[in-house]
Design a protein around this ligand. Structure first.
Ligand code: CP
Length: 345
């Protein structure tokens, strides 16, 4: 029997059994219901633009089964014998290491690089040849690159599934998924919420992915940014066509009292056409702790991290701060996603 055949639930079963407070009856009905569910085995995860609500809900549901494994409370070997390659042409703390930690939690192995100078790229090897090579050594690739469209180029160069770990200012789909997971886990539902996306809305790839994800739910988005850093026209057109409720404001204080989620972002200085143009925004779009008196008591603050000046450290100890839980959720979500694209669940 193929242990990674979607029909073989023997490996998933102990995992679900361990998922407190998961009752046996619920596990069996969950597994039976999967026959009509989306199948991500072998799929590339390059953008959230085309994901349906059913697919998003399914990914979040599967990820939730991995809470105990991600936390190290339960052991799992469902990716035993599988290898992940993390190919990072750009710096990363969370995306690279949480994918690797997820793979290790699930019994798999990890290869890759985060310094191209130590690879044959330094001798002039092409991006495509590098991807093709790692596709021969690994079962799944996560790639981050400072040029838009490179994740698609990678996917075209290899037969193994490619996960986009961020391609310049374009997309960062696993961050969008973990953001949806975080919101749903904390609030119970994404529908009915008001969510402010604050700061560099134009260049923040995590926002681009999250916006497409949120567009499948019945929520309201407040884009809080200076005119120069507002929503890209192409994404605005797309969400208009999906009848997403949104507004564009310049100050968080205009909407703070209505927000269930306030999502702060780093100024993406490295993605400006002319880097010196970013200087005018240094220190801008910082969350003033005094404003929190107007916030809902259960409002949560998120941030893709790393942060610079956007969230003063004194906010970390307030009940509003949720960004460290959010980055932890990235590990949970990536456990689920790697298991899905490798056909283990
Ligand atoms: N959120 C995020 O992508 O963080 P890293 O740049 O540390 O991976």
């Amino acid at each position: 029997m193929n242990p990674h055949d979607p029909g073989d639930f023997s490996r998933l079963f102990p995992l679900c059994m361990d998922q407190e407070p998961y009752a046996l009856g619920n596990v069996i009905s969950f597994l039976k219901d999967r026959s009509s569910m989306p199948d991500f085995k072998g799929k590339d995860i390059l953008t959230l633009e085309h994901f349906t609500r059913e697919e998003l809900d399914y990914i979040l549901d599967i990820a939730s089964k991995f809470e105990a494994v991600a936390a190290g409370r339960k052991k799992s070997n469902i990716l035993d014998g599988k290898i992940l390659a993390t190919l990072f042409y750009e710096p990363s703390t969370r995306t690279k290491n949480s994918h690797e930690a997820a793979m290790l939690r699930l019994g798999g192995g990890v290869i890759g690089f985060d310094n191209v100078a130590s690879t044959s790229v330094a001798k002039g090897e092409s991006f495509e040849d590098t991807i093709k090579t790692f596709g021969l050594y690994a079962d799944v690739i996560v790639v981050r690159h400072p040029e838009i469209g490179t994740a698609q180029i990678a996917a075209d160069a290899t037969d193994v599934p490619v996960i986009n770990g961020g391609d310049d200012a374009n997309q960062h789909p696993t961050q969008g998924l973990l953001d949806l997971y975080t919101i749903r886990k904390e609030k119970g539902s994404i529908d009915g919420l008001e969510i402010a996306l604050v700061g560099d809305v134009k260049h923040t790839r995590t926002y681009h992915s999250l916006i497409y994800g949120l567009s499948r739910y019945d929520c309201k988005i407040h884009f809080v940014a200076p005119p120069q850093l507002q929503l890209l026209p192409g994404i605005e057109k797309d969400i208009n066509s999906r009848e997403v409720e949104f507004d564009k404001v310049t100050e968080l204080t205009e909407v703070i009292e209505n927000c269930d989620i306030i999502y702060m972002s780093r100024l993406q200085e490295e993605r400006f056409l002319h880097r010196e143009d970013a200087k005018q925004f240094h220190g801008a779009y910082t969350l003033n702790p005094a404003w929190l008196k107007d916030a809902k008591p259960d409002m949560k603050i998120m941030h893709h991290l790393p942060r610079l000046w956007e969230i003063p450290k004194e906010i970390d100890d307030t009940p509003y701060a949720h960004y460290f839980q959010q980055e932890y959720n990235g590990l949970v979500l990536r456990c689920g996603l790697l298991s899905m694209v490798l056909g283990a669940v």
